[in-house]
Structure formats: C-alpha cells, structure tokens
Write a protein that binds this ligand. Structure first.
Ligand SMILES: O=c1ccn([C@@H]2O[C@H](COP(=O)(O)O)[C@@H](O)[C@H]2O)c(=O)[nH]1
Length: 325
C-alpha cells in the first residue's frame, strides 16, 4: 500500500505545464544541464570538493539567470549524482543551487531518476516535490521500471503543488533499448509509458479546467487548448504535469515503436543535444509534430565553454541558435 503523501501544498503556484510553457516562450526551448563532472571542475581550475562544486554551480546559475531579469534558458537541470558523490556537503550545495534558482525565478528540474515501490516512493516524492523540503525542485526525473503505477505518489504531489515530473521513456543511452524496446501485450515498454503519461495529463488538464483550480496559463484551461507556438511550426498543446524523457539521439525511433509523442500533452525533455551528438536539425526531424513540446537539454557542450559567465552565455546563445531560436 502506498503511504499518504504529506507536505504543504502551495495553492497559489500556477501549474508546472503553464510555467514551463511560459519559460520556453520567453527564453527558448533550452535547458542548461548542470553536471559538475570531476573533469569539468578540473578544466575550470576548481578543486573536486564541495567548495569547487559550489563555485561551479553558482557560476552556471549566473549564466542561466541571464541579464536584466530575463532568464537565458527555460530551466536548469542539476545532475543529482554529481552532487551526491560529495556526500552531505554535496547535497548542501544542491540545496543552495535550488534555493537561489527559485529566488532568480529560474525553473529547476532535479535529474534524480527516482523510482521505488509505492510506500518508499512517497519519501522520494516528498524530498523533491514538497514545498517543505530543502531539496524541492520545480520538477524531478523518475524511473518507471518498477512499474509506472508505482510512481503515483510523485505524480499526485507534483500535481497538487504545481510541480512536474519527467518519466524516462526512451533514453539516449544505447543500453536503454534492451528494456524500453521490449514488446509486451500493449506494445513496447516505451509505448506503454507514453500512453500512461498521456492518460494522466488529459485527466489533470481536464480536472483543472472543470474545477477552475489554478488554470492553465491564465487563458487556456482545457485539455485541448493551445498555449504557444514556435516559429512557423505546429502549435504546442497545453502541457500537463507528466513529461517524458526522450533522448535527442533516439527520438527518430519513436514512430517505429508506436509512440504518440505529440499526444502526450506533457513536455518532452530531450537530453543528448550537444555532447552526445544530437543537433537542432536532427531533433526537429526526429520529434516531428511533437517538436513544440520539446525542451532540449545540454550539459557538457555548454559547460565546456566555462568558467567565465560570458563564455557560458555564448554557449547558450549558440545552442539556442541551433534550436532555431
Ligand atoms: O536518457 C537520458 C536521460 C538523462 N540524461 C542526462 O542528461 C545529461 C546529459 O549530459 P550531456 O553532457 O549533455 O551529455 C546527463 O546528466 C545525463 O545523466 C541523458 O543523457 N540521457
């Protein structure tokens, strides 16, 4: 049985989908991954210690926060593993990063890839998605390989607090296909996860419209409403709280696997842009009509432009240009 989720609910926060759509419209479809790899710390002339980690993180945040009060990117995505390897001091740095990003109004996606049986999933949900938690982010990545249904505590808390989740569907690493392409009675595993996310988003978007709670971007509160466009492309649908992770390097396989990415009604977080070889043109082709919902994320390719804030901002500008911004 799933443990009840606790933690206060911020009734005033707009839904995640609306907040992300507004950020993507303002800054473009780019998320800056903050991955403090030991090699990058070394390249930035920083020690591989919590002190180096903190300097690295605050510099990356300064670049992401932009100038004149407008963010340079739609969101940042700290890679939790690279904070965790520094133990409790690393988590303290991550807490500071998340707190300061919130103060700067930069959206945060904690790349923690959490997933567990229901009773303990509640603990992970409260850690990353509760207003009371020092690690609270705007969204968290989740692994559905203990069963999509086991993620329910996180999905419920995300929806209740105006936050989001990104469920791994089709990952950018070559090993992912051994699980995600496997075919069961409902088709591929990735297809089942995609259909489950779509179902939950339609329900969430419909209920927020019916009850009038929070609203979607102030105007478009229906599951069928459109909340944004992207340069001459298809219109982006209203986005619900359940996004998917679909690797930028493998998006072209979605159609063959029967995934209806355009029908997910959630954001598609696309890692693999930059250092793993995916380009803006390749992503547009791979995602097809789902492209307006794609949030490309790039870590090393931009971070290698540091340690100066100017160098990082130049990397962000070039990435956005490649994405057609
Ligand atoms: O399928 C996935 C899921 C997550 N990631 C994460 O994204 C970044 C990618 O970093 P780059 O330096 O831009 O390659 C990293 O944190 C991964 O854990 C992914 O790559 N693929």
């Amino acid at each position: 049985m799933t443990a009840p989720v606790t933690g206060s609910v911020d009734a005033g926060r707009a839904p995640w989908g609306a907040r992300l759509a507004a950020a993507m419209d303002a800054a473009g479809p780019l998320c800056l991954g903050i991955d403090p790899h030991p090699q990058l710390l070394h390249d930035w002339d920083l020690p591989d210690t919590p002190v180096g980690l903190e300097r690295f993180s605050m510099t990356a945040l300064e670049a992401a926060a932009g100038e004149g009060g407008s963010s340079a990117v739609a969101a940042i995505k700290p890679q939790v593993a690279l904070y965790e390897r520094h133990g409790s001091a690393g988590f303290a740095v991550l807490e500071r990063l998340l707190r300061e990003a919130r103060d700067e109004e930069v959206l945060t996606i904690a790349d923690a890839k959490r997933g567990d049986i229901g009773s303990t999933m509640t603990g992970y949900a409260e850690a990353w998605l509760s207003d009371d938690s020092p690690l609270a982010a705007d969204a968290v990545t989740l692994s559905p390989y203990l069963g999509y249904g086991s993620l329910a505590p996180a999905l419920e808390l995300a929806e209740a607090t105006g936050r989001g989740v990104f469920v791994l569907a089709l990952t950018s690493n070559p090993e992912g296909s051994s699980v995600q392409h496997a075919v069961g009675v409902e088709g591929s595993v990735a297809r089942t996860i995609t259909a489950s996310a779509a179902r939950d988003n339609v329900r969430a978007l419909t209920s927020s419209h019916v009850t009038g709670t929070k609203g979607i971007a102030g105007t478009a509160g229906t599951a069928g409403a459109d909340v944004g466009t992207r340069a001459g492309a298809t219109v982006r649908p209203a986005l619900g709280p359940v996004g998917l992770v679909v690797g930028a390097t493998v998006a072209g396989e979605a159609e063959r696997l029967g995934l209806d990415l355009a029908g997910v009604r959630g954001a598609l977080l696309a890692p693999g842009f930059g250092a793993q070889g995916a380009s803006g043109a390749g992503m547009r082709a791979g995602f097809g009509s789902a492209w307006p919902s794609v949030l490309a994320t790039s870590s090393r390719a931009i971070l290698r432009r540091g340690p100066s804030v100017g160098g990082l901002r130049e990397g962000i500008r070039e990435a956005l240009e490649d994405l057609g911004r």
